[in-house]
Design a protein around this ligand. Structure first.
Ligand code: IMP
Length: 202
């Protein structure tokens, strides 16, 4: 159908995933259109996703999807949570190494990636869906695929012959099949259909 859709993110990892998940859309992102995005001042993933999507929709006039996602580690009271991208200054690697230091040898390593996905349609209608991917935090990083905290996150059911696989050891297709973003997007599809943006089966 080649419907234009703006994805309000500058994160190339997220854009790559969403393009794979929504092949019938022509997706542009903050890498294609320069837009000064508002600060993510919300206390929840949902609030931040809506802040980004509503702003971009108003400025560009296109249908917009914005996700806000992050990693919630149970033993750290849900941190880094909504602050995942800003946990500490530096690179993704600096942040996941910091997380491993904070967690130390803590036995409870359970954690989940969480995603809130906001869709705002011209005219102002909006909907927010949620996705989750449960797992736990590895003791050391491994793998070089994906982005963010992938090298230290082992999704549920990813232990093969006693060997845990981090998300960074999975192919894009394998990650998409279980990811929090896919989960949130799947929940969004009926709304995209209701707005006439995708036909069932596309
Ligand atoms: P946002 O752009 O404010 O939603 O920040 C999301 C941050 O959460 C990213 O920069 C990553 O640090 C982390 N994150 C979200 N989704 C993933 C994922 O699928 N893999 C690894 N890290 C993720």
């Amino acid at each position: 159908m080649n419907t234009p859709l703006f994805l309000a993110t500058a994160n190339p990892g997220k854009a790559r995933e969403l393009r794979q998940l929504l092949p019938s859309f022509v997706i542009t992102t903050l890498e294609d259109r320069s837009l000064q995005m508002p600060e993510e001042t919300g206390e929840t993933f949902e609030a931040n996703a809506l802040i980004k999507a509503e702003y971009a929709q108003k400025v560009l006039g296109l249908p917009v999807i914005a996700d806000d996602s992050g990693l919630a580690v149970n033993a750290l009271g849900g941190a880094p949570g909504v602050r995942s991208a800003r946990y500490i200054e530096g690179t993704d690697r600096d942040r996941y190494l910091h997380l491993l230091r904070e967690l130390g040898t803590t036995a409870d390593r359970s954690a989940q990636f969480v995603c809130a996905m906001a869709f705002v349609y011209p005219g102002g209608k909006s909907v927010v869906t949620h996705g989750i991917c449960r797992g736990w935090i590895a003791h050391e990083p491994s793998g070089d695929q994906g982005f963010g905290y992938d090298p230290v996150f082992i999704p549920e059911n990813q232990v093969h012959d006693g060997e845990p696989r981090t998300m960074a050891m999975m192919s894009n297709e394998e990650k998409n099949a279980i990811s929090h973003r896919w989960d949130a997007l799947r929940a969004l599809v009926p709304y995209l259909e209701a707005f006439g943006l995708v036909s069932s089966g596309s």
